[in-house]
Design a protein around this ligand. Structure first.
Ligand code: CP
Length: 304
């Protein structure tokens, strides 16, 4: 396929190819000259209907490091505000001879819908509470970098699993690569299909941390929460927040991850987020190389 819509569509072999390609690009972007001419003939539009810092900047930088031409679109500053539809917006952008669209949208399935209606390569940069494939790729790449391989690692994903595209994409990626995955959080924030996915739920954070080698602490997504199903933020922090005190109690070398943006003092304390056990900024660094790999591999499938 010439799209990256979700991790669900990828095989372990696909993911290993992305990782090996990312290894090469990571070496490139650590050189004094960080750029390669590979995509000089490719034009990419980044269209964001939801806010973003990491994903948007990391895609843009990845594209520029590959020498692609880049245009950026934020719905909040666009004619979407005047009532223009998604399809009209994209068709107008494509008329400017664009080869690839990277899209973030609040509606699950929006990039899948688009892929059926326009003739362009599409990368999902997060669709509502559905998937965030490049986040899962950079997360699993960072685990591979830390441990040498993902296979056999024990990973717990902590937080609001129900509303988290990061959780779903990570579950798919970790399982494809042979890791063991558990989720931890309030039962009211667990989706019903977890059993079908073969993922065990642990509601006790201490037990979950005792079991795992890697803890991926998700952001409490206030913008997607139905407050009636959610404990107060203070209760959440007490039961599911990762603090220095709890880590010391565990007395083991856990690797701590977070996709960002962080609610400091809610799902993770500053002490833990900024500690030597945290690989949060390594995740962000790896995001550029992983996105270069995704774009490079998809661009090779675009017929000119
Ligand atoms: N991790 C992530 O998707 O962050 P942004 O929302 O800032 O892109």
């Amino acid at each position: 396929t010439r799209h990256l819509l979700g991790i669900k569509d990828l095989t372990a072999q696909d993911i290993h190819l992305i990782f090996d390609t990312a290894d090469n690009f990571k070496e490139v972007i650590n050189r004094p000259i960080k750029k390669v001419p590979s995509l000089r003939d490719i034009t990419i539009a980044n269209i964001f209907f939801e806010n973003s810092t990491r994903t948007k900047l990391s895609f843009e930088l990845a594209q520029k490091r590959l020498s692609a031409d880049v245009i950026n679109f934020s719905a909040s500053q666009s004619s979407v505000k005047k009532g223009e539809t998604l399809l009209d917006t994209v068709n107008n952008i494509l008329s400017m001879k664009v080869d690839m669209v990277v899209m973030r949208h609040p509606n699950p399935g929006a990039p899948h819908f688009l892929s059926k209606h326009v003739d362009v390569s599409i990368v999902n940069a997060g669709d509502g509470a559905h998937e965030h494939p490049t986040q899962a790729l950079l997360d699993t790449y960072s685990i591979r970098e830390k441990f040498g391989k993902v296979e056999g690692r024990k990973v717990v994903i902590v937080g609001d699993i129900l509303h988290s595209r990061v959780a779903l994409s990570n579950i798919f990626a970790l399982q494809r690569l042979g890791a063991e995955v558990k989720v931890c959080g309030p039962l009211s924030l667990m989706p019903k299909h977890l059993g079908d996915l073969g993922v065990e739920v642990e509601t006790d954070l201490r037990k979950a941390l005792d079991w795992c080698e890697v803890a991926n602490m998700l952001r409490v997504q206030n913008e997607r929460l139905d407050r009636s199903y959610f404990p107060s933020t203070r209760e959440y922090a007490q039961q599911f927040g990762l603090t220095g005190e709890l880590l010391r109690e565990m007395d083991k070398e856990l690797v701590i991850m977070h996709p960002g943006p962080i609610n400091r003092g809610v799902e993770i304390s500053s002490e833990v987020a900024d500690s030597d056990q945290s690989i949060i900024l390594d995740q962000v660094e790896n995001g550029v190389a992983v996105r270069m790999a995704v774009i490079y591999l998809l661009a090779s499938k675009i017929k000119k």
